[in-house]
Design a protein around this ligand. Structure first.
Ligand code: NAD
Length: 493
């Protein structure tokens, strides 16, 4: 049965469905980047509030800035913006839920003016973002806004015809200021250390180039809460779609699949109100740093380790890497000995238990989380997920072979062939640049480490790291992954 408003009543009883009148909901949130994660996380917390009878002014209007967002918009529009959250796990704690919190969807390419007007409308009080780790146009090592990018130059030249997040937000905020309308909160939900701060620096970096007074107004009025967001959300595959339809009879053009686990820790810095998300399990705190350092270092850092080594061994899914004893032990050792010693105490969290849960979550055979997804865009992800740990280790004089293996594996992964000789697709928005730097050759190590965007300036200056990286790359190339893992586990006890 096709998913839409009309058929809601007819859907099987076991599905959780919107229990509120969708026509009564106004959209106070505009979300840019409606991929899988937003639909499995923020939209679900909001849906829970709506189901409890609250949040009537906090529905969500989705926004796509890229041509590729048309497919999602069309899929959702064809079913009144409803979609199914399909939880999959190895236990019994999963549910299937039809979600109604997204009520509209605008595409930038169908009209920049309509989108700017929506953002400038006083009814819009929060603009949230999941535009990926690479979407913030920021140099990771210096924190500087990359003002020379062609798309940024374009948006500065044509402020009324923007293409980037920063162009749209700045023009909308200019109109709000001029009209005496208050600001909106900019809430980044991307996996970045200090995501609110990064979003703020980027937006202010852009605004400063456009108009100093506007920059100052934004700096004084707009708030940018930091947040730690967590829920493993794979790409929806054809198998997932078919499985959902076979199980429920629901025809959903684009369901979202996720693990049962969900977590959101958020700073309470909202300049224009917010939903009462604390009523549905969101944890508000004054300082997100210890939570995000724990989560990004342990979860996202380990994901990088298992993606590149796993792909080289011919694995396709995260759970296969956890069934591989050698990889599981390596990843746990990375968590325990490399990341954990650098973490501050995290209020109300037992780190040992947290790591056990991570291994369990990575082992989830139900969701079939793709290694290709986890390994995507390593040139943006390594600097956020692994470099902070590496910098801490260099400073502490810790052994570096284990962490260096992640970078060596990433390098080897760029060749796009596993150890059984099977080719796989390497995904990175900067694929040409990365491929040039990582292609084999006598000066490979120097070329790789000269990739500023990944390593910055500090890392290549550490002789200990350069040596460990060279050793691990050489081992991978001459001895293969299994022998390298064996030697690495013996090196760093
Ligand atoms: P996705 O590929 O399903 O969606 C990505 C969305 O971002 C798309 O709408 C795309 O158009 C948009 N986008 C990409 N680059 C952009 C740019 N430069 N400007 C504007 N929009 C841009 O991915 P997803 O699974 O939804 O993940 C998105 C982000 O959410 C991740 O990069 C991560 O930071 C965060 N996140 C994801 C997960 C997860 O498990 N998938 C977990 C925690 C956090």
């Amino acid at each position: 049965m096709k998913l839409n408003n009309e058929n809601l009543e007819l859907l099987p009883q076991r599905l959780v469905k919107p229990s509120y009148d969708r026509r009564q909901v106004r959209q106070g949130i505009v979300h840019i980047g409606v991929g899988g994660f937003h639909r499995a996380h923020q939209a679900i917390y909001t849906e829970q509030l709506l189901n409890q009878g609250g949040a009537r002014e906090w529905g969500i209007c989705g926004v796509g800035l890229r041509a590729e967002d048309r497919a999602m918009r069309d899929a959702l529009a064809s079913q009144d913006y409803l979609y199914t959250l399909y939880e999959l796990g190895d236990g019994a704690d999963t549910q299937i839920q039809v979600v109604g919190s997204i009520g509209d969807f605008l595409l930038a390419e169908e009209g920049q003016e309509a989108l700017i007007a929506r953002l400038a409308d006083p009814a819009t009080r929060i603009v949230s973002l999941t535009i990926t780790e690479g979407g913030y146009c920021t140099d990771d090592s210096s924190g500087e806004f990359l003002s020379e990018l062609p798309e940024i130059r374009h948006d500065l030249e044509y402020p009324k015809k923007p293409t980037t997040v920063f162009g749209f937000l700045t023009e909308a905020l200019a109109r709000r200021r001029d009209a005496g309308v208050g600001p909106f909160t900019v809430m980044s939900c991307d996996n970045l250390p200090h995501n609110g701060r990064v979003a703020r620096n980027a937006l202010l970096g852009f605004a400063a180039l456009r108009d100093r007074a506007l920059h100052d107004w934004i700096a004084d009025h707009v708030s940018f809460p930091n947040s730690m967001v967590d829920r493993i959300t794979p790409m929806t595959s054809q198998t997932h779609r078919a499985q959902l339809q076979a199980e429920t009879g629901v025809e959903d053009a684009w369901p979202v699949v996720a693990e049962p686990f969900i977590q959101w820790v958020l700073e309470d810095k909202f300049c224009n109100g917010r939903p009462a998300w604390e009523e549905v399990g969101v944890q508000f705190t004054d300082d997100v740093s210890p939570y995000e350092e724990m989560k990004i270092g342990l979860l996202n850092g380990s994901h990088q380790a298992l993606a590149y080594l796993g792909a080289l061994l011919g694995h396709q899914y995260a759970h296969e890497t956890m069934q591989d004893t050698q990889l599981r032990e390596y990843v746990r050792a990375y968590m325990d000995r490399d990341v954990t010693p650098l973490l501050a105490a995290v209020p109300s969290i037992d780190l040992e238990q947290y790591k056990d849960t991570l291994i369990e979550r990575f082992s989830n055979t139900g969701i079939c989380d793709q290694i290709s997804r986890i390994g995507y865009d390593g040139s943006s992800r390594l600097p956020k997920f692994v470099i902070p740990t590496l910098l801490g280790q260099i400073e502490a004089g810790a052994p570096l072979q284990r962490i260096a293996l992640i970078f060596a594996a990433w390098c080897q992964y760029q060749q796009g062939v596993d150890e059984n000789g099977n080719a796989f697709q390497v995904g990175d928005p900067r694929v040409e640049l990365v491929r040039q730097a990582t292609r084999p050759g006598t000066d490979q190590v120097e070329r790789v480490l000269a990739l500023d965007l990944v390593f910055g300036r500090q890392i290549p200056a550490s002789q200990a790291f350069v040596d460990a990286f060279r050793l691990q790359l050489e081992r991978l190339q001459t001895l293969g992954v299994r022998k390298t893992l064996e030697l690495t586990m013996a090196d760093c006890v």
